[in-house]
Design a protein around this ligand. Sequence first.
Ligand code: ZN
Length: 209
Amino acid sequence: MRRRGIREVRTVTLERPVGHWLEGERYRGGVSLLPIRVYGDPVLNEVTTEVENIDGQIKALAESMIETMYDAPGVGLAANQIGVQKRMFVYDQGEGDGAIVVINPTIVETDGEWTFHEGCLSVPGLSWDITRANAVHLTGFDLDGNEIDIQTNEYEGRILQHEMDHLNGVLLIERLDADQRREAKILLREQRALIAANDPDGLHRLFGD
Ligand SMILES: [Zn+2]
């Protein structure tokens, strides 16, 4: 079990880290990077299903997810963001603990409220102040099938809630108020139209720009 105290509020955007920890440790397993699905891809709106067996395939998937997350770079990645409808996510909040794999997670309790500037690898280029619970108690399983029990708050709590949303088919846009959501959808439609006009094959999305 890990407990974390209150930390100073950070201003980095969730799933879009800046500065020091781009220079930190990176996973180098030699596994393949996977294209990250973006807003408009229906796979992001589907509820994922439980992992039944933590087998070699799931372990290989976790490695690819970790490498893809670091490459993006991001602080968290859910399986359906790379098109796999399984309840698992990886994250690394950049405090030197390395990447954590969480399989079949459940949020058992939340407490308080915290507003934080939040972005998403699947909604590139946009971010908003979003209010969610502050403290989070999450349980799940690691790659060895051992139970995980995480009680945390603020930044790490935010990552856990964001990734849980992904597994439930919810993008952060659903967490905006009605006006913000309308504005966001207009921006995202424009963004998609621009990409389609300049890149009809979607290649720049696959290879980055
Ligand atoms: Zn996200």
